[in-house]
Design a protein around this ligand. Structure first.
Ligand code: 9MR
Length: 618
């Protein structure tokens, strides 16, 4: 396939931003009005699915026309009634113009006097989406300066944040008064990616994010696009080092995860339970060697804006947890495969760390994350059985050790996945690995994983048939980070496509991207820099121009968490309670941290899905 990004073009962008035009992310003085016909504002593949949605209060079929840029009618047909749709609160009709195979810019759909935005139909519509979405990770890097040569606009460059993080453990009283003793050592935990709009670096969440990029890396070859992120395709300081750029970026986080491992022989006093009302007797002394500290983070929240280099807050290492340890085990086992041929020494180091982490988690199976520390997110998870399955699956794929095969084969998750892939639910990650691994995963295990993935994909297809906007998710409860829930379903469908090559599974992934880029009841593109009515105001401490004009607007390629109809706990969302449903509980406001934050575990599946669609375009 063709490169994702041509270097000369990039050099041009970095060297000479056009002086007359505003930067790509400047909101237009007047935002275009919402269009009454909703479609993907980035446009369509010439041979791919093309669906638009029209809210209409009755079911009478209407004529639609498609005009090209010259105003000629190039296709026409009748709308298809869908009916009431609970997730959007609308009554809907659809326009399916998949059979139109023309190409160009400036197409417009019309139904009566309703008009869509103008849109394009070109091959590789999703290629720049994948590349820009990857740039997010470079720009979230901690510990290094973000250089103008590698970002889309000069104002995105910034000084290094937290360039030397040699940290000791939090000691003293937490928010509920429990007294933590701390630890006797410091670790150098410099580097990695900032999690989101905040400057925390969390092992739970860093884990799924790095896993997602490494999972993509290993699938590109089978999709016929092994060179998609070859050296030089991404704008990174590592370009020209001879290594794959996707691996170069993922390694930033894997190195950080490895640094979070407790040195062998360390005994620590930690709490065994999570939540409030913790009695002093809950503290126990454990052999913590090989476990992973849960996070490095500020001891109190900082405000917006705060550039990483200006973070005034003290930072600490937070106690090791079993969940973080299993994340480390899973990702470092996966890393041992990813770097096996290109860097055998790093692969061996990762493998050894994975085995030490596994042993530590087995020895300490129930050290849960506390949500009682100020200044950072909790990522608390009371059920670690899915993380254990995931880690065993990755270790099995790496080592072939029968003890991991036995654990995986005996787990209920191999046949009955628990729920949507997320930072706290990882069994589907294990299934995806097992379903497409060759040796040394036993075929009986691989086949069971495939069956589970087929069953999940069939369920998502059934939901897609019930969803007005044709999403492989028919629920009405939109969770924090709902856009990532959809993207993670699209990933699962992509793996199902890889196994069985059913076109409908790839089409369902297109439906997710179409929704994210404008085919939704708000007529919004949730990815910065793409579409006419895009998100401009993420909740982010550096891309904070909406909060303070001295800070930059976001780079292109950053996905908003998306509608959140369940938490509604930020100052903006709390005013929307009772006034929105599922897909409409969102607003482009930097204060809306439950709806409009951005995060590594949300951008990673955006990269995966965009690269998947680009690699597998007909
Ligand atoms: O993505 C997380 C979401 O699932 C939780 O409901 C929410 C509240 O605990 O936290 C989200 O994660 C945030 C993390 O705790 C701190 N960094 C920003 C993350 C995205 O909002």
């Amino acid at each position: 396939m063709r490169p994702l990004l041509f270097l000369p073009l990039l050099a041009l962008v970095a060297a000479a931003p056009p002086a007359a035009e505003p930067p790509a992310d400047t909101p237009p003085a007047v935002e275009p009005a919402a269009a009454p016909i909703r479609l993907d504002q980035l446009g369509f593949e010439p041979l791919g699915r093309k669906l638009a949605v029209v809210p209409l209060t009755d079911a009478a079929a209407r004529d639609w026309t498609l005009r090209d840029a010259a105003g000629r009618i190039v296709a026409s047909g009748r709308t298809l009634a869908f009916g009431p749709d609970a997730a959007s609160g609308e009554t809907l009709q659809r326009i399916d113009f998949s059979r139109f195979r023309g190409q160009g810019d400036g197409f417009v759909l019309a139904v009566g006097d309703r008009r869509s935005h103008a849109f394009a139909i070109h091959p590789h519509r999703f290629r720049r989406l994948a590349t820009d979405a990857m740039s997010f990770f470079y720009q979230q890097r901690s510990g290094v300066p973000i250089l103008a040569a590698y970002v889309q606009r000069p104002d995105l460059a910034r000084a290094a944040g937290h360039p030397r993080e040699v940290m000791t453990c939090f000691a003293g009283k937490d928010e509920r008064g429990a007294d933590w003793p701390g630890c006797s050592y410091s670790l150098d935990v410099t580097g990695g990616w900032y999690d989101a709009g905040d400057h925390g670096k969390y092992v739970v969440n860093g884990g799924i994010s790095a896993w997602t990029l490494l999972d993509l890396h290993q699938r590109l070859g089978p999709w016929g696009a092994g060179q998609a992120f070859a050296d030089g395709r991404l704008a990174l300081p590592e370009r020209g080092n001879g290594g794959d750029d996707l691996l170069d970026e993922a390694r930033v986080e894997v190195e950080f995860l490895l640094r979070m491992q407790v040195p062998d022989g360390q005994r620590l006093t930690v709490a065994m339970r999570t939540g409030g009302g913790r009695p002093a007797s809950d503290f126990h002394r454990i052999d913590a060697g090989g476990m992973a500290h849960s996070k490095v983070a500020d001891i109190a929240w900082t405000g917006l804006p705060t550039a990483p280099a200006d973070d005034p807050m003290a930072r600490r290492l937070y106690p090791p947890t079993t969940g973080a340890t299993l994340n480390l085990a899973a990702v470092s086992a996966q890393a041992a495969r990813a770097w096996k041929s290109s860097d055998p020494a790093f692969a061996a180091r990762a493998r050894a760390a994975a085995l030490r982490a596994w042993a530590a988690a087995e020895r300490n199976p129930a050290i849960l994350a506390s949500s009682d520390f100020a200044g950072s997110g909790g990522y608390g998870d009371p059920d670690l059985s899915d993380e254990r399955f995931w880690a065993a699956a990755e270790l099995l794929a790496t080592t072939g050790d029968p003890r991991f095969a036995a654990i995986v084969a005996a787990s209920p998750y191999l046949d009955r996945p628990s729920g949507d892939l997320s930072w706290g639910r990882l069994d589907q990650a294990g299934l995806m690995t097992l379903a497409t691994s060759g040796d040394p995963v036993p075929t009986s295990i691989r086949d069971r994983a495939r069956t589970a993935i087929r069953t999940l994909a069939a369920g998502y297809q059934a939901e897609r048939a019930r969803s007005g906007y044709a999403l492989p998710f028919a629920g009405t409860a939109y969770q924090w980070g709902s856009n990532s829930t959809l993207l993670n379903r699209a990933m699962l469908l992509g793996v199902a496509w890889q196994i069985d090559r059913r076109p409908a599974d790839r089409e369902a992934a297109i439906d997710v991207v179409d929704y994210l880029l404008g085919r939704n009841p708000l007529d919004r593109a949730y990815v910065t820099g793409f579409g006419q009515r895009t998100m401009h105001q993420p909740h982010h401490r550096f891309w904070a121009r909406a909060a303070d004009p001295r800070y930059p607007a976001p780079p292109p390629g950053v996905v908003s968490g998306g509608p959140n109809s369940t938490a509604m706990s930020d100052p903006v969302a709390s005013r929307m309670k009772g006034r929105c449903v599922g897909q409409t509980c969102w607003v482009d406001d930097w204060r809306a941290f439950t709806m409009n934050e951005v995060a590594i575990n949300w951008n990673a599946p955006l990269v995966w899905v965009a690269a998947f669609l680009d690699a597998t375009e007909a």
